[in-house]
Design a protein around this ligand. Structure first.
Ligand SMILES: Cc1cc2nc3c(=O)[nH]c(=O)nc-3n(C[C@H](O)[C@H](O)[C@H](O)COP(=O)(O)OP(=O)(O)OC[C@H]3O[C@@H](n4cnc5c(N)ncnc54)[C@H](O)[C@@H]3O)c2cc1C
Length: 467
């Protein structure tokens, strides 16, 4: 079966993230048919995912149905499906379920997922943060860990709860450290890891503060582990230092030059980078540390979905180690001018030889550039090369703390946090989301209370033993 086509050239856009949506919108008035295919039904504002994971915002505040976003664009159709293959020569894409979609142009804007550097078994214990599902998983683990500690503390105190019987296996598994406030380990000190660590310590110290009777949530440990020798390694030196100081000022333990060597259901083993190996080839034990925890968040690496590698190899192109496609200056694949790869899935150096970063503004600008190229083709004009305009980079560290790097300006603290907040509100899609997020942040700032703290599952029963 084939998904039908009109007489106008069809532009197939795979992925409705920042890049794909910019292509679709950039073609709003072009004489083309835009078919946007995404496996989820919404556009997601990933920069605020950590706020869903830490109960500051709800999923609907940072996502919007793609159909709703493109409802006024008459030449655009949205299809919820996963693209499993792209045949550049036959100009056909295959969807899950086997349907085929003919196209004249195809744009791969499929983003990236987290990579565990070959240790895929770690994912079960250390979820990453890319989708709303990931964020809800982390949120659930986070909230449950406090509940579990409170229950364990009550259970271990003589007389408060009866010892567990066969019908209550959770009680029998409590060990003394279960009754302590939880420990969180965040792996990777890029912007996501830094933001996550800052938000977790804030939950413990402000949001949960007077909510528990048996544990003292403010004694929660948050450990940020980074293999490199600084946090935010892509930022200028003074901002890296400022970010580290701000994190430590909040109470986050920052372990630099430290890499993770094992993750299992009871914790994380870390080791100082460069630690000498002993005669058996094992790293010296004095440099190895075990962090006992059930709460690990992975923010350490990215890799591009295999669809990109397979498509690129079919046209004789190249991908880098993370699976990103090496693209021409107009973002097309070498030898396939009708096939583009943009956003996190592409690798391109700018005129100074600097890698275009995997950030939302770069993906949006790339999407606009591809739309311009397609319109130029249709008008018989020359395509222009893509130029990335870096408007600045920011990361927030917690309430009223952030770092910002805008051209020659480098600053931290409250001013950076205000700039970060305004820019994120501005770029959120939809008026409703902007208003709701502004209100939520206002309440959070004043009271420390978080909107998304409810735990529920389909049965309506939420057991502490599942933490
Ligand atoms: C937690 C987090 C925090 C971040 N913070 C910031 C920040 O503060 N500032 C910043 O600038 N950037 C930030 N980023 C990076 C930014 O979000 C990405 O650079 C940007 O989303 C890349 O856009 P994209 O269009 O390439 O991919 P995405 O936005 O990831 O979109 C890819 C889309 O493709 C769809 N898709 C994937 N495979 C298929 C398939 N086979 N078939 C159909 N659909 C498919 C996905 O469902 C998704 O909707 C952050 C990212 C994360 C994960």
């Amino acid at each position: 079966m084939q998904v039908g086509s009109t007489s106008r050239p069809r532009v197939l856009v795979i992925g409705g993230g920042f890049g794909g949506l910019a292509v679709a919108r950039g073609l709003a008035r072009a004489p083309v048919e835009v078919l946007l295919v995404d496996r989820s039904n919404h556009h997601l504002f990933q920069p605020l995912l950590y706020q869903v994971a830490t109960a500051g915002l709800s999923p609907a505040d940072i996502a919007r149905p793609l159909r709703e976003v493109l409802r006024r664009q008459k030449n655009a159709t949205v299809l919820m499906a996963e693209v499993t293959a792209v045949d550049a020569e036959a100009r056909l894409a295959t969807l899950d379920g086997g349907q085929q979609v003919p196209f004249d142009y195809c744009v791969l804007a499929v983003g990236a997922r987290h990579s565990y550097f070959g240790n895929d078994g770690w994912e079960r214990h250390a979820p990453g943060l890319k989708t709303l599902g990931d964020a809800l998983d982390v949120r659930s683990r986070t909230l449950r860990s406090f509940e579990r500690a409170e229950r364990a503390a009550a259970s271990l105190r003589a007389g408060e709860l009866e010892p567990g019987g066969a019908e209550d296996p959770a009680d029998r598994t409590y060990r003394p450290h279960d009754a302590e406030p939880p420990t969180f380990v965040v792996v990777g000190a890029g912007p996501t890891g830094v933001e996550m660590a800052g938000a977790l310590i804030e939950i413990a110290q402000r949001t949960m503060r007077r909510n528990f009777r048996r544990i003292a949530p403010q004694r929660t440990r948050v450990v940020l582990v980074e293999a490199l020798d600084s946090v935010l390694s892509n930022y200028p030196e003074e901002l890296r230092e400022s970010a580290r100081r701000q994190l430590e000022g909040l109470g986050v333990e920052v372990l630099l030059s430290t890499r993770v060597t094992a993750i299992d259901e009871d914790g994380v083993t870390v080791e100082r980078v460069g630690a000498g190996a002993d005669a058996s080839g094992e790293a010296g034990s004095k440099d190895s540390e075990r962090l006992v925890t059930r709460n690990v968040v992975w923010a350490a690496g990215n890799e591009v979905p295999p669809l990109v590698r397979e498509t690129v190899h079919r046209v004789g192109g190249e991908v880098d180690r993370a699976g990103r496609a090496r693209v021409e200056s107009d973002l097309s694949l070498p030898g396939a001018p009708h096939l583009f790869v943009i956003g996190d899935a592409a690798r391109l150096e700018d005129e100074e030889g600097e890698l275009v970063p995997g950030v939302a503004p770069a993906a949006m600008q790339a999407g606009q550039s591809v739309a311009d190229s397609i319109r130029a083709d249709l008008a018989g004009r020359q395509r222009k090369p893509f130029r990335y305009w870096n408007r600045g980079t920011m990361a927030t560290i917690g309430r009223a703390r952030a770092v910002a790097w805008i051209g020659r300006l480098r600053f931290g603290g409250l001013l950076a946090w205000l700039a970060w907040s305004l820019i994120h509100i501005f770029f959120l899609i939809g008026y409703r989301n902007r208003v709701v997020v502004m209100l939520e942040w206002f309440v959070l700032y004043l009271t420390g209370q978080r909107a998304g703290r409810l735990l529920y599952d389909r049965s309506g029963v939420v057991g502490g033993s599942k933490a």
